[in-house]
Structure formats: structure tokens, C-alpha cells
Design a protein around this ligand. Sequence first.
Ligand code: G3I
Length: 345
Amino acid sequence: EEVSLKNTYKDDFYIGAALSASQIEEKEAKTDSLITKEFNSITAENIMKSMYIHPSKDKYDFTLSDKFVAYGEKNKMFIHGHTLIWHSQLAPWMQQIKDSTEMKAFMKDHISTIVSKYKGRINSWDVVNEALNEDGTLRKSIFLDVLGENYLADAFKLAEKADPKVQLYYNDYNIEEPAKREGAITLIKKIKAAGAKVDGVGIQAHWKLDRPSLEVIEESILAYSALGLKVAFTELDITVLPNPWDLRGADVNQNFEGNAKMNPYAEKIPDSIQIKLADRYASIFKLFLKHKDKISRVTFWGVDDKQSWLNDWPIKGRTNYPLLFDAKMQPKKAYFSVVNLKQTK
Ligand code: G3I
């Protein structure tokens, strides 16, 4: 059998990738064969977000999402929908909604239309994305402002009604960290207590070389699965660059431009970092394997380093190396550490 990520982990969990608009729209043979060889699940990185799929009140644009779903079906992939209710990447018309009747009507139309459109074809949805602050309290957003916290359970109820069989996830970042994890657990319990179904939790996993610790990740897998939830790692990548806020030092203006430390490996990533990245991925996947019965899916936030959103975060022009394939789509040391983990066990 061909060596690939998806074959290596086929008895354990799905291995996914987030696809960019161009990877969906105009897939070249090279990209296409890498995606189908390595991954058995896909997420749309951007095109199903509100501003793209629902640009004005009475207009939906399913051009790219239709292609995305058809591609997943053609390749018999597990198709994940990202995302129904999120405070970011909203269309301008949505940002103007001020009144609760109007907001409820928006949520009902938006969720019912999109979920029923792909009923039985999309396998799971991020129903609500990033509703929490770092301390575990509810994040201030247009939804919370206008509707109060009931919007959360309502969103899950609407999604279930539109497709009773589709798996419903709450998705967020840093929810492996204890305070935010407690917030997520409280939130999910409340949603369930209100009579809504939640099948799983999506831990985004935008991680660093040294954080979060394996202990914190493991505690989270156990805590969420103890609630009866499936655990998915939904947006995995590992930055190899310094956190700009750690570098800020005396620069209270947060002016990162021209700070050479911001982009230390612009020309080429050193071997020492390649090795650190490979070791970090290996220890993470070793932990995932230990808990494979609790984990439904591990999705990388992009196919290769060139695509990664981290190249332009938090300022334009950073060159990051967070994934398993380099900018030329060649497998990195980290790729081999992840596929060799099971062979050499
Ligand atoms: O499509 C426009 C293009 O027409 C325009 O010329 C260009 C100029 O900036 O922008 C393009 O849109 C960009 C879009 O990605 C598509 O490439 C937006 O500016 C850019 O903000 C947007 O970034 C996305 C980001 O979400 C938005 O918040 C990233 O690609 C995407 O990877 C990122 O993904 C999020 C998850 O959805 C939720 N979790 C965190 C994760 C990382 O931030």
C-alpha cells in the first residue's frame, strides 16, 4: 500500500486539509494528486464563511461550495463545513443587524438554507466558531449583543432541524488551555441543557513548538470526551516563528515593521528548526494515537507552507513553515516523522 498520511492513520481518524479558494476552483494536477493521495477529509478554508456564501440578504452564492462538496464526494472524502455562525468574515449587511427579530430571522434563514442545501452530503459542521474569550467568558459579538447567550443553543437547534443526521461541532482556538477549556465545557453543557444536540468539539490547534504542553492537550482530550463529545483537531499548524507580542519589548506601539526578528527564516528554514518541528509533530501524533478512540479527525490548516495563513499573520510578508509540505509541495522532515511513527513503533 502507498505510504501516505491517510493510509497511515486509516484505522485511527480522518486526516484532513483546509482547501483555499484556488485549490477548489482551479486545481492543477500536482495539487490535486497531493490532496487525494494524502488526505481523506476536506474543509473549506474560507469560501463557506458568511460573507462569501451569503453576500446579501436575499442572495446566496454556492458556486464554490458546490465544487468543494462535489470534489469531496468524487474522492469519497469526509466533508466538513466551516462555519455557520462566526463573528468574523460577516458580510457588511449582516454587521448592520441591530434588532433581535431581524437577527433571529437571519440565523434561521442562514443556517437552514446552507445546512439543508448540503443535507446528507456534508458530514459535519462547525455550527458556532470562536464564541469564547481566553478567560472562558462569552466573547462580545454581534450575536451575543443582539440575542444574548441563547443564540448558541438556537444555532445548534436550527442546524439539527435542517439535517438531523449531520454531526454538529463547537469549534474554537486555545480551548485546550485550562481556563478557556472550562468555559467551553460550561458552554457546551448549557447548549445541551437547552435541548440542543452537540456531537463534538473542534480544537483548532494553531500551536507553537513549545506550547501547549502535551499534558494540557491530553487533559483536554479526556475532559471533552468525558462529556460524550467526539474530539476533532480541526486547524492544525505549528508556527516556527517568534510570537510578535513576545518580541515587542520596549516597542509599545507594536510596530513590527522592519524588525528582523519578525522574519528570521525568510530565506530558508534551518535544519535545526526542521528537526524541532518534526519532533513536535511526532510527539503530538503519538498522543493522538494513544487516544485514537476519542479522536474523530485531524485536519491541517492548509496543504502546504505556501498556502498557510501564518505567512501574513500578524503582519504581511512573514514566511512561516508550519505544515508538513514545503512551499514547493515537497514532504518535509515533519511529514516523515508523522508517517514513520506507526511503522517504527
Ligand atoms: O479574497 C480576498 C482577495 O480578493 C483580496 O484581494 C485579498 C486582499 O487582502 O483578500 C482576500 O481575502 C482574504 C481571505 O483570507 C482569502 O484569502 C482576507 O483578506 C483574509 O483576511 C482571509 O484570511 C483568512 C482568515 O481566516 C480570516 O479571518 C485565512 O485565509 C484563513 O486561513 C483564516 O482561517 C481561520 C479560521 O477560519 C478560523 N480559525 C482561525 C483561522 C486562522 O485565522
